[in-house]
Every structure is written in structure tokens, then in C-alpha cells.
Write a protein that binds this ligand. Structure first.
Ligand code: IPD
Ligand code: CA
Ligand code: CA
Length: 298
């Protein structure tokens, strides 16, 4: 956390953004109940009418509430990109889950403040975050310097100090899954921790690190609409967010490593070792597989 926790009344952007996220969530619940048709954006990258309708709703509500603010949405919104403030919007994070009726998805709204004259490829400062899970009615919020909250109550990252005792999460891109190296990291971290969850909503994974349900989350190839809100939640809840080398995370870094802070160095060391090919757990040979299966009498 970057400052003292104020009261909820001190918050500048969160109250309105939370109202918008709740309205978005109510629409998602309706779409889920009625069932929606799914289309393909890429080979296995799904999109539904819910993604598009809810982005349009959020875009309109943000324009009414904050007419000067920009909006950068996953489904194509690029409004007022030259402004001082910019909302990164994922109307439905967890579309594949949503399309299958798997109950893990959310709406994510992250606000960036950009100084006048900042080059387009430089990051401003993340100043507000709202992630809403409409099925559990859980609202995760933060403003910079004012702490992070879950349903209005202060939330903090966990105090677990080592990877061996940690519960982790990751994700895999819908597009080009076959080209992702992440399955190797999934394997190694599974063997060295309490386990790795792959629940299908990066924004909720980050929110869960922030509230202490997970010790860490990593993923390759995310976009700012997936991460902007969750990063601020984790930082304001006392955690750390870097790239896999432990360097400052940028919104276009595309490699994100977020944790309770206590295990960040251990995780970065693991990534560095794995990228260098050190200490990898070998996959058993066919003969070893056969011997192991025979030994168990199967
Ligand atoms: C996806 C989810 C998923 C992650 C993918 C994202 P979407 O977002 O966050 O957990 O693994 O990389 O693309 O497409 O459901 O908004
Ligand atoms: Ca997403
Ligand atoms: Ca989405």
C-alpha cells in the first residue's frame, strides 16, 4: 500500500466506477441466465453479445460520469485517448468461462492518470481500480494511497513467506495456446508449491492475490484491460507487481508476476533459472513411465 487507508467517503473515482461495474455485472447475470450465442474472434478466442453489449454500457456510463476521461476497452473502444485520465475496461474477463457457464468471471475497470505531454508508449500512474464478480457479489476496489477494499472492508495480501507454502494461479492465452511456454512453468510451480489454479479470469486472479486467497499470479501475454485494475489492487493491498525479471511492470510488459511481496524474489529467481534451463524437473522417459505404472500395479 502506498499510503494510509482513508475512509470510503474520501474516494474520488471508485464510488461511481463501482456503480457502473455493478450495473455491468447485473447485465452479465441476465445474459448468463438467458444463454448467449458464442462467436470466434480467433481459432479458440470466444466473444459473445454480452462482451460487446456490456462494453457499450460501460463506455456510455463512463462518458456520462467523467466526460473528459478516455476509455480503452477490449472490444474496441478507443475514446478520448489524448486526455489526462484513461479507463482500461474489460467488460467481461473470463469469456470462455462465461460461455460454458463456469462461474468465474468479472468486470474490470482500471484508471490511469497521464501527465500532459507523456509519450504514447509511456505509462502514467494507476489511480483507481474496480473489479466486480457478479456471481459472488464481490467488489474489489482501490485508489492510490488509500488502500484496497473488498466489499468496503480493508483487504491485505497474505503473510505466507515461501513458495513451498503458497497457492498460486496462472492463465493461458486463448489465442496461440500451443505456442505458449507456460505449461513448463505450470509444471515446475505445481511441483514446488501448494498448487497452481487456472481459473480463467486474470483480473479475478489478481484480485485474489490482493485479498490473500492466493500468494501469487503470473501470466504471459496479457493486455492492459486485463491487468490495470488488478495491479493497483495488489499494490494497495501491500503486494508487488513486476515482470518476470523482477523489473518495473509496464502496462505493455505482457509478462506479469504479482505476489504478496514476500515470495516475489523466490519467484523471480525461479523464472530466471527456468529461462536459463537450470534446475528443471525432467519429464520421465517412456521406460520410466512404464516402470512407475507397473510398480503401482496398474
Ligand atoms: C482472458 C482471461 C484468462 C486469461 C487470458 C485472457 P478474456 O481474458 O483473463 O484468465 O488466461 O489470457 O485473455 O478473454 O476472458 O477477457
Ligand atoms: Ca480479459
Ligand atoms: Ca474480455
Amino acid at each position: 500500500m502506498t499510503g494510509a487507508v482513508g475512509t470510503e467517503q474520501d474516494l474520488v473515482w471508485v464510488p461511481k466506477a463501482a456503480e457502473i461495474a455493478r450495473e455491468a455485472g447485473a447485465r452479465l447475470r441476465e445474459f448468463l441466465a438467458q444463454g448467449v450465442e458464442t462467436e470466434y474472434k480467433g481459432d479458440v478466442d470466444l466473444v459473445t453479445v454480452a462482451d460487446r453489449t456490456v462494453e457499450k454500457l460501460i463506455r456510455e456510463r463512463l462518458a456520462e460520469a467523467f466526460p473528459e476521461h478516455g476509455v480503452y476497452g477490449e472490444e474496441g473502444t478507443r475514446d478520448r485517448m489524448e486526455g489526462e485520465f484513461r479507463w482500461y475496461v474489460d467488460p467481461l474477463d473470463g469469456t470462455t468461462n462465461f460461455a460454458h457457464g463456469f462461474p468465474q468471471f468479472c468486470t474490470s475497470l482500471g484508471l490511469e492518470q497521464r501527465a500532459a505531454g507523456l509519450a504514447p508508449d509511456r505509462d502514467g500512474t494507476l489511480v483507481a481500480a474496480v473489479i466486480y464478480d457478479p456471481l459472488r457479489d464481490e467488489l474489489f476496489t482501490a485508489e492510490r494511497g488509500r488502500g484496497a477494499r473488498l466489499n468496503g472492508k480493508p483487504m491485505h495480501v497474505s503473510r505466507i513467506p515461501e513458495l513451498a507454502e503458497a497457492l498460486l494461479a496462472t492463465g493461458f492465452p486463448s489465442r496461440k495456446r500451443h505456442a505458449s511456454p507456460n505449461v513448463h512453468f505450470y509444471n515446475e510451480f505445481t511441483l514446488r508449491s501448494h498448487g497452481v489454479r487456472r481459473a480463467g479470469s486474470a483480473a479475478l486472479d489478481l484480485a485474489y492475490v490482493a485479498c490473500g486467497r492466493l500468494e501469487a499470479f503470473w501470466e504471459f501475454n496479457l493486455n492492459p484491460w486485463d491487468t490495470a485494475a488488478g495491479i493497483l489492487l495488489v499494490e494497495e493491498a501491500g503486494g508487488r507487481v513486476t515482470d518476470f525479471a523482477g523489473s518495473h511492470f509496464r502496462l505493455d510488459s505482457r509478462e506479469i508476476l504479482a505476489s504478496n511481496g514476500l515470495i516475489q524474489t523466490e519467484l523471480v529467481d525461479m523464472f530466471q533459472n527456468m529461462f536459463a534451463g537450470r534446475g528443471l524437473t525432467p519429464i520421465p522417459t517412456p521406460q520410466e513411465f512404464a516402470e512407475r505404472r507397473a510398480a503401482k500395479g496398474r
